[in-house]
Design a protein around this ligand. Sequence first.
Ligand SMILES: Nc1ncnc2c1ncn2[C@@H]1O[C@H](COP(=O)(O)OP(=O)(O)OP(=O)(O)O)[C@@H](O)[C@H]1O
Ligand SMILES: [Mg+2]
Length: 400
Amino acid sequence: MGPAAPQRLSRLVEVQSEHADRISTGIPELDRVLGGGLVPASLVLVGGEPGVGKSTVLLMALREIGTTRRALLVTGEESVAQVKLRADRLGGAGEVLILAETDLDAVCATLERERPDVCVIDSVQTLASADVGSAPGSVAQVREAAARLLRVAKAAGVATFLVGHVTKDGTVAGPRVLEHLVDCVLQFEGDRYHAHRILRATKNRFGSTNELGVFEMTGAGLVGVPDPSSLFGRSEPGEVGAAVACTLEGTRPLLLEIQALVAPTDLAMPRRVATGVDPRRLAMIVAVLARHAGLPLGGADVFVNVAGGVRIDEPGADLGVGLAIASAARGVPVREELAAFGEIGLTGRLRPATQAERRLDECRKLGRPAVLAPAGTEGARLECDTLRTAVTAALGEKPV
Ligand SMILES: Nc1ncnc2c1ncn2[C@@H]1O[C@H](COP(=O)(O)OP(=O)(O)OP(=O)(O)O)[C@@H](O)[C@H]1O
Ligand SMILES: [Mg+2]
């Protein structure tokens, strides 16, 4: 082989952009997470634990898409009859085309010939090519399958959903490489023991990440929850150890009830157990409460739980977590109708949270006019500059 021939360059301004309309999946929550619908010829990886509802939601989407376009389901995991059973339960199969196949070469050849507008591969781990020596599901096979499907998706204009299994630690099984390859990565959170499922974009080349969709699993499939704040942001008036945080998920404000338990312990290393909150963040908040807000937490176990199985990874939720713990530690309920947001700094000072206006709107909309926020937040009922004053204000105690 001789040296490679140099390639011609083109000017970016002269490139014809194909202004393709996004394809609506008929599921508003899914469209939102995709950034306003599915982009034609894109490759979307959908991850989530077994039984979380990946096959369900994608079948529902295919059925909707099938009313106006060609929609194909490639099933390697379930038989055609099994899929039919699910479709019947979900209210019909519409015009969805189906192929039961695990041979990668056959799947790619079929896609190239049939050129459906949208295709779901359930799951990428079941596909295998004879050219790759290793077993189906191995890293090499999964990588090969994704790379081949990417080429087909772009060349034949097939928008493709890849279903991917998730390992114990929550990453899509097999290679992380897959996540680099695809255009979008959607993650289903929540587990099969809860009725609520959260769909989140962790990567999106065509839209904002951290958009969030909330679903409820019912007998008729996954039903979108358009107003999750009213579901997760409810708290019992007068309950000790609960506070409502106003967090921001992407562009979407979300009220979440946060519960805390502070229990005396004899352990030399008291426990700090968090569900839905980063454990390191929790340890930090507990330390700041102890050091700067005068709460004796050194001899106590602290447990924190976020409503609805939601996971928060936004510092604006710090204050809500801090207030729930303070309430539990003091045995005093947080003032009624109060919601809080703000980042807790290591010095005990509260830092402003982003997009305060949006959060305030959400609180107002849901009947929580009393908002506690860092000093300088225009429109908040209570402005506090430190965690200590925030705790005092939220618990309605006299300043010390
Ligand atoms: N009749 C029913 N009523 C309510 N929920 C049901 C019913 N049948 C199944 N489900 C729910 O559907 C879930 C299975 O969904 P689905 O098969 O879409 O999951 P999945 O993410 O594709 O799982 P896997 O990774 O194993 O393929 C079950 O966990 C169950 O909660
Ligand atoms: Mg499935």
